[in-house]
Design a protein around this ligand. Structure first.
Ligand SMILES: *[C@@H]1O[C@H](CO)[C@@H](O)[C@H](O)[C@H]1NC(C)=O
Ligand SMILES: *[C@@H]1O[C@H](CO)[C@@H](O)[C@H](O)[C@H]1NC(C)=O
Ligand SMILES: *[C@@H]1O[C@H](CO)[C@@H](O)[C@H](O)[C@H]1NC(C)=O
Ligand SMILES: *[C@@H]1O[C@H](CO)[C@@H](O)[C@H](O)[C@H]1NC(C)=O
Ligand SMILES: *[C@@H]1O[C@H](CO)[C@@H](O)[C@H](O)[C@H]1NC(C)=O
Ligand SMILES: *[C@@H]1O[C@H](CO)[C@@H](O)[C@H](O)[C@H]1NC(C)=O
Ligand SMILES: *[C@@H]1O[C@H](CO)[C@@H](O)[C@H](O)[C@H]1NC(C)=O
Ligand SMILES: *[C@@H]1O[C@H](CO)[C@@H](O)[C@H](O)[C@H]1NC(C)=O
Ligand SMILES: *[C@@H]1O[C@H](CO)[C@@H](O)[C@H](O)[C@H]1NC(C)=O
Length: 360
C-alpha cells in the first residue's frame, strides 16, 4: 500500500482505505485476532492471542460487535501463577480453533510442556455453549510436542492434529486412542527457518537464532481422500487419508507412513490455511504479506497481496464465497510477538463456498 504521507492530509482518509482490489476491511477490533470460525447460522468465534501479558482467549463476537469469553470465563481463566487453576478444564494455550463437520466448535489447547492435562482437544456444543468433549493427549504426544491445529476425516471419526515438533497426531475420537506418526519425516520437519517481510524470523535462543517450526498446517480434501500438510516454512505434501487412518491400528504402516507422502507444491512460510468446496487451499504468506491459492492439481499462485495482511492466521470460508482473513499482527522477534494494531479482519471474494466435510 502506498504511504499516505506523500499525498497530504486531505487525501489520507480515502488512501487509508485503499487496500488491494477485492480486499475488504470488515472488523477492526481491540485485540489481535489469530483465528475466526463462523457457524452455519452466522455466529462468529475468534481466538485472540499474541499478547505478551494476557493469556490467549476464545471469544464469541456478538452482533453489537462486543466480545464475550467463550464458552465461558472459567475455561478462559487459566493462570500459571495460581495453583488452583486446573489445566484439565481450562485453556492453557489455545492455538487452532474451528467449527468441525459435526457442528462443534473445536479448540486445540497446545498446553504447556510437562503440565499434565494441559494438552487437549476440546469440543463445545454450540446449541447450549457447553464443553461436551475433551480428549487429553498426554499419552500420545512427546515431551517436545507443540500441538497446534486440527482437521477431521470425512466420517468425523478421526481427528488429525499437527505437531510442530515435526509429526502428526492421529486420534480416534470414538476410542480416544491415538498414534504419533511422520515423526521427524523430511516432509514434517522444518527444513528452513521461517521468513517474515523479507528476512528470516529471529528465534528465542539468542542473537543469531532463527525460528524453525515443523508440521503445522493441515487440510482434508472435500471428498475426504487426501490429507494435506506442511511444515510452517512451506513445502506442501499429501497422503491418502485411508492410509493415515489405518496407521491407528497398523503399527508397520504408522512407522513408515512418510513413504506415502506425495509432494504437491512449494508453498511459502505460512501463518494459516483453509480449503474451499472445490479443494483449493489458501495459504497466508508471512513473507510477502499475501494469500496464495493452490489448486487440487498443484498450481500455486498469489491471490492477493497487501501490507495489511500481517501474519494472517486461521482463515475461514463462508457460503457467500468469501475468504475471511484475520491479520494477527504477529511480528516475530526475540523481543516479543506483539505489535500495536490495527487488529483487522478482512474478507476477499473467491469462486467457491466451504467444503462440506470441513466447515459446518
Ligand atoms: C458491527 O460490525 C459490522 C461489520 O463491520 C457492521 O456492519 C455493523 O454495523 C456493526 N454493528 C454495530 C452495532 O456497530
Ligand atoms: C494470577 O495468580 C497470581 C497468584 O495468585 C495473582 O497474583 C495474579 O493476580 C493472577 N493473575 C491474574 C491475571 O489474575
Ligand atoms: C497452593 O499454594 C498455597 C500457597 O503456597 C499452598 O498453601 C497450597 O497448599 C497450594 N495448593 C495446592 C493444591 O497445591
Ligand atoms: C503426570 O502424569 C504422569 C503420567 O501419568 C505421572 O507419572 C505424574 O505423576 C503426573 N504428574 C503430576 C504432577 O500429577
Ligand atoms: C448438542 O447439544 C444438543 C442439546 O443437548 C443436542 O441435541 C445435540 O445433539 C448436541 N450436538 C452434538 C454435535 O452432539
Ligand atoms: C449440552 O448438550 C450436551 C450434549 O447433548 C450435554 O451433554 C450437556 O449436558 C448439555 N449441557 C447443558 C448445560 O445443558
Ligand atoms: C476407532 O475406535 C472404534 C472403537 O474402538 C473402532 O470401532 C473403530 O474401528 C476405530 N476407527 C479407526 C479408524 O481405527
Ligand atoms: C516491511 O519491511 C519494509 C522494509 O524494511 C518496511 O518498510 C515495512 O514497514 C515492513 N512492513 C511490515 C508490515 O513490517
Ligand atoms: C499394514 O501396513 C503394511 C504397510 O503398508 C502392509 O504391508 C500390511 O498389509 C498392513 N497390515 C494389515 C493387517 O493391513
Amino acid at each position: 500500500m502506498v504511504s499516505s504521507v506523500f499525498f497530504g492530509a486531505a487525501l489520507s482518509a480515502s488512501l487509508a482505505a485503499a487496500y488491494a482490489p477485492g480486499l475488504e476491511l470488515v472488523y477492526s477490533l481491540d485485540r489481535a485476532t489469530q483465528g475466526i470460525a463462523i457457524s452455519a447460522d452466522g455466529r462468529k468465534f475468534l481466538s485472540q492471542r499474541y499478547s505478551l501479558t494476557a493469556a490467549p482467549q476464545a471469544v464469541e463476537l456478538l452482533n453489537d460487535n462486543t466480545t464475550r469469553l467463550y464458552p465461558n470465563a472459567a475455561w478462559n481463566s487459566y493462570n500459571a501463577s495460581d495453583n488452583s487453576s486446573d489445566p484439565y478444564e481450562t485453556f492453557v494455550s489455545i492455538d487452532g480453533a474451528r467449527i468441525g463437520p459435526d457442528g462443534r466448535y473445536w479448540l486445540v489447547d497446545g498446553g504447556s510442556s510437562g503440565l499434565n492435562g494441559s494438552t487437549k482437544l476440546v469440543g463445545v456444543n454450540l446449541s447450549n455453549d457447553t464443553v461436551d468433549k475433551i480428549y487429553h493427549l498426554d499419552n500420545i504426544i512427546a515431551s517436545d510436542s507443540g500441538i497446534d491445529d486440527v482437521r477431521f476425516n470425512a466420517a468425523a471419526e478421526v481427528a488429525y492434529l499437527s505437531d510442530t515438533a515435526g509429526a502428526l497426531v492421529v486420534l480416534n475420537m470414538t476410542s480416544g486412542t491415538g498414534v504419533r506418526v511422520l515423526v521427524d519425516d523430511p516432509s514434517a520437519v522444518a527444513w528452513f527457518p521461517m521468513m517474515y517481510n523479507g528476512t528470516l524470523v529471529p528465534g528465542y535462543q539468542g542473537a543469531d537464532s532463527t525460528l524453525a517450526v515443523g508440521l503445522d498446517q493441515i487440510e482434508v480434501s472435500p471428498d475426504g481422500t487426501w490429507l494435506y500438510y506442511q511444515p510452517c516454512n512451506g513445502g506442501l505434501y499429501k497422503i491418502e487419508t485411508s492410509l493415515v487412518d489405518a496407521s491407528l491400528t497398523n503399527s508397520t504402516l504408522a512407522a513408515t507412513l512418510g513413504d506415502y507422502a506425495i509432494p504437491v507444491a512449494l508453498t511459502p512460510s505460512t501463518g494459516g490455511t483453509t480449503i474451499d468446496g472445490d479443494g483449493n487451499i489458501y495459504f497466508s504468506d508471512t513473507n510477502l504479506l499475501a494469500i496464495w491459492k493452490v489448486t487440487p492439481e498443484g498450481r500455486a499462485t498469489i491471490l492477493v497481496q497487501d501490507d495489511a495482511l500481517i501474519w494472517t492466521d486461521l482463515m475461514w470460508v463462508t457460503a457467500d464465497k468469501k475468504l475471511w482473513l484475520p491479520a494477527s499482527q504477529m511480528r516475530p522477534g526475540a523481543d516479543g510477538l506483539m505489535a500495536q494494531g490495527p487488529n483487522n479482519i478482512f474478507t476477499f471474494p473467491i469462486d467457491a463456498g466451504p467444503s462440506p466435510i470441513d466447515h459446518a
